[in-house]
Design a protein around this ligand. Structure first.
Ligand code: C2O
Ligand code: CU
Length: 496
């Protein structure tokens, strides 16, 4: 790997210094959006060979339908760009944590040890697990430093899922605690490659360590100045020219919206949060909000050895976030051989039955305000007390919120009303839903989701079948600073 790193990185550090840690005047001028929110500039880093997609976690159980994985959360030094090491919180010393791979119907057992300096849990985002295995603190006491816990559940659905803590998630996820969870089922399309890309951004200070966590970041969520794909800044994905390549994208960032595009290429979306769509759909770009996943096929067109950058296009989610230009995410580089024969793209996958008209409806209003004292208590102690933004749902700031009550097996229609001037990505645990309308317009795409963007000042309606799993389930904004400052609630699904 020979490249003029010193020059480039010195330039990058200079940019970082002025964007984040110059004197106050510089910071105000450079780091603020038009209404005064902190939206840092993204560093431009040359593409380099990182471990684009590391091996999956080894399966420690020899039984064919059991996947057993050891995970240990611990502090580790992680290389995120050539010779740039950052102190992170990791699973097994890796960023992202080891990818867990299973097939539909498998029993997955994760023997977890907490070697962090604070308590944590693991939430299996999007996997329909029994409530006791969900990792939310309403169903599980946090696992203390030095303690262990075994998670065990059957995986019912194919799709691209992920895992992360559900304790002080704004800080724990930003520090690096996240990993991919891929479940394969029948009817997967044949592709040349099938790779997982976990997207993140870090907010680094001028010494290339995580910058301090501060309340000022909470309003728009902590948006970073360095974009990572699979834990590396601007990595290279080598592809066979002419091939059909599947990328399973996971947005693990606290707050950044990735609007993915590969200039010169059309993207063929085949899956959402909850597995394959009924049919592939072509798009020019794809918005992926925090917590959300998408499966995309791309044909590696272009010339031999051509290097093409996947980008995250400008997107305005409110409060000046649209002022930042397009940013580079990772590079895709063609091989030098003649184009290979491409597998055919199926016209259709298994149909998804539309959920029938709901028996019950609810309305959830997402709200924000400023406070002189901490709205939530407990979760953050003194670090977020005093002045700062407070987020609520139907006037209640979690954990001071009355749980919603529901009957097992009900089909409900939820209206999520965003009363604020910025978008919020809404996530429901334990169940998958079908969006029926956005801002009053019916959606034609039938898909399973567990995370959906609620655009600023708009309403999204979805239907959900509260099947199989009684218990208490969380719902919240997946901008983790918002969730941890009150935009969260509980749904109690009563058993039979
Ligand atoms: Cu991915 Cu409750 O979160
Ligand atoms: Cu939010």
């Amino acid at each position: 790997m020979i490249r003029p790193l010193h020059f480039v990185l010195a330039t990058a550090v200079a940019a970082l210094t002025s964007a984040c840690h110059g004197d106050d005047m510089d910071m105000d001028m450079d780091g603020m959006g038009h209404d005064g929110m902190m939206i840092p500039e993204v560093l431009t880093i040359p593409a380099s060979e990182g471990p684009f997609e590391p091996a999956a976690a080894p399966d420690l159980d020899s039984m064919p339908n059991v996947v057993e994985v050891d995970l240990e959360a611990k502090v580790s030094e992680i290389e995120i760009a050539p010779e740039r090491w950052v102190s992170m919180w990791t699973y097994n010393g890796q960023l992202p944590g080891p990818r867990i791979e299973a097939s539909v119907g498998d029993t997955v057992r994760v023997r977890f040890k907490n070697s962090l300096p604070e308590a944590t849990t693991i939430h299996w985002h999007g996997v329909r697990v029994p409530a006791a295995m969900d990792g939310a603190t309403v169903v599980q006491s946090p696992i203390e430093p030095g303690a262990e816990f075994s998670y065990e559940f059957v995986v019912p659905d194919a799709g691209t899922f992920w895992y992360h803590p559900h304790v002080r998630s704004d800080e724990q996820v930003e520090r690096g605690l996240y990993g991919a969870f891929v479940v394969r089922g029948e009817g997967e399309p044949a592709t040349t490659t099938d790779r997982t890309v976990v997207l993140d951004d870090l907010l680094l200070d001028s010494t290339w360590q995580l910058s301090e966590f501060d309340t000022m970041q909470a309003m728009v969520g902590r948006q970073g100045n360095l974009i990572l794909a699979n834990g590396w800044a601007h990595p290279i994905a080598h592809v066979a020219r002419g091939g059909l390549h599947r990328f399973r994208f996971i947005n693990a960032a606290n707050a950044r919206y990735f609007r993915l595009a590969l200039p010169g290429h059309r993207l063929i979306q085949i899956g959402t949060d909850g597995g394959l769509l009924p049919a592939p759909r072509e798009v020019d770009d794809l918005l992926l909000v925090p917590g959300e996943r998408a499966d995309v096929l791309v044909i590696a067109a272009g010339t031999a050895d051509e290097a093409m950058d996947w980008k995250s296009l400008r997107y305005d989610r409110g409060h000046g976030t649209g002022d930042r230009p397009d940013a580079v995410v990772f590079q895709m580089t063609n091989g030098s051989d003649e184009p290979i024969a491409m597998p055919t793209i199926p016209d259709a996958f298994a149909p998804i039955a539309e959920l029938p008209v709901a028996v019950a409806g609810r309305e959830l209003k997402l709200e924000e305000s400023m406070s002189m004292s901490s709205g939530g208590h407990g979760a953050h102690g003194s670090s977020t007390s005093d002045m700062g933004p407070v987020f609520s749902i139907n006037g209640q700031v979690y954990p001071d919120a009355t749980p919603l009550e529901a009957e097992l097996d009900a089909i409900e229609e939820w209206s999520i009303v965003n009363t604020t001037e910025m978008d919020h990505p809404f996530h429901l645990h334990g169940f998958r839903f079908q969006v029926v309308s956005i801002d009053g317009a019916a959606t034609s795409l039938v898909a399973w989701r567990d995370t959906i963007n609620i655009p600023a000042e708009k309403t999204v309606r979805f239907r959900v079948h509260l099947e199989d799993h009684p218990g208490t389930w969380m719902f919240h904004c997946h901008i983790l600073e918002h969730a941890e400052r009150g935009m969260m609630g509980e749904l109690e699904v009563a058993g039979p």
